[in-house]
Design a protein. Structure first.
Length: 315
């Protein structure tokens, strides 16, 4: 599949934005009776089981290159921490509020690139990042008053997912996203199981799921596999510059599902924060498009190439 089917890519990206919040819905439903760490482990166990036959059908081997195992393990650790943090948040918080706070992740990556990696980032994008952080504070403020320090858990998601994205960038050029997802899943399970056994805390207790809890746990993994496959193939059909703004539709799905299932609806202050986060993110995407065009026009013709696909498709 090449980058020449934009409408198909848009349709797949919209499908991702509809299905991705189902991960959070199933996690929240499961968290009523299942400890957070077990939900996290179940997500990757089911996701890996779903992706394994897909990888085999596509002709990918089951053995990762030894040289990539440390990076895959780091990637698995980051996504495990991200999942654990987010499930801990949605256990008590509205999904839309937690997701809006977690959307600070692109700003973290941009600031990391500028101040740690020394990447060129314009003043406008830096200001937009700071404005985005201010919007997140507006979402946190009412949530903190209502739920206490648990409202900070989505920050853990944003930070760990930002590092997950950075690791993925390095791996994406060397490994197809489907086997990358399979290997990340089983490594994440290997990380979760000893932690569940050794840590003595309610979130890490072992509790045998009962009744509908099995449905919710399977739903977490299946929704994860489906949503990440959708975004993977969306980014193979259309450029990331076209699809990135659509990612914010995930918030619309999250608000809708939260209202229909739990009657959760952001208050006016939270809505203002969500609007600022979305506006800042869209502005950064716009400025990055301009910067990419300038770079492409300044490069010699032999060095010019089509826009790269976003690396987070591997999921």
């Amino acid at each position: 599949m090449t980058l020449d089917r934009p409408l198909f890519g848009i349709a797949l990206m919209i499908g991702f934005c509809i299905t991705a919040p189902l991960i959070d819905v199933f996690s929240k439903l499961a968290s009523a009776t299942v400890p957070v760490a077990l939900i996290t482990a179940a997500r990757f166990a089911v996701q890996g089981a779903v992706m394994l036959p897909i990888a085999l059908l596509l002709g990918h081997g089951l053995r990762p290159p030894r040289a990539m195992i440390p990076a895959l393990a780091l990637r698995a650790f980051c996504v495990t921490a991200s999942t654990f943090s987010f499930v801990s948040a949605v256990q008590v918080m509205p999904i839309a509020d937690a997701l809006a706070i977690a959307f600070v992740e692109p700003f973290i990556i941009l600031l990391w690139g500028r101040f740690v990696m020394g990447e060129p980032v314009g003043t406008r994008r830096l200001v937009a990042s700071l404005v985005g952080f201010a919007g997140v504070l507006l979402v946190i403020q009412p949530s903190f008053e209502r739920f206490g320090p648990v409202a900070l858990w989505p920050f853990g998601t944003a930070i760990s997912f930002a590092f997950y994205m950075l690791v993925t960038r390095g791996l994406s050029a060397r490994m197809h996203p489907v086997p990358m997802q399979v290997h990340t899943s089983w490594l994440a399970v290997l990380i979760c199981l000893p932690v569940i056994s050794l840590v003595d805390a309610p979130a890490f207790d072992w509790a045998t799921p009962r009744g509908s809890a099995w449905i919710w746990l399977v739903g977490v993994g299946v929704a994860s596999a489906i949503s990440h496959m959708l975004v993977t193939f969306a980014l193979r059909a259309a450029p990331s510059t076209l699809l990135a703004p659509l990612h914010y539709l995930e918030l619309v799905s999250a608000v809708t599902l939260g209202y229909l299932i739990w009657d959760d609806f952001p208050n006016p202050v939270a809505w203002a924060g969500i609007g600022i986060v979305i506006g800042s993110g869209l502005y950064i995407i716009y400025r990055e498009r301009i910067a990419a065009r300038r770079h492409a026009s300044a490069a010699p013709p032999a060095q010019q190439r089509p826009p790269e696909r976003a690396p987070h498709a591997a999921g």
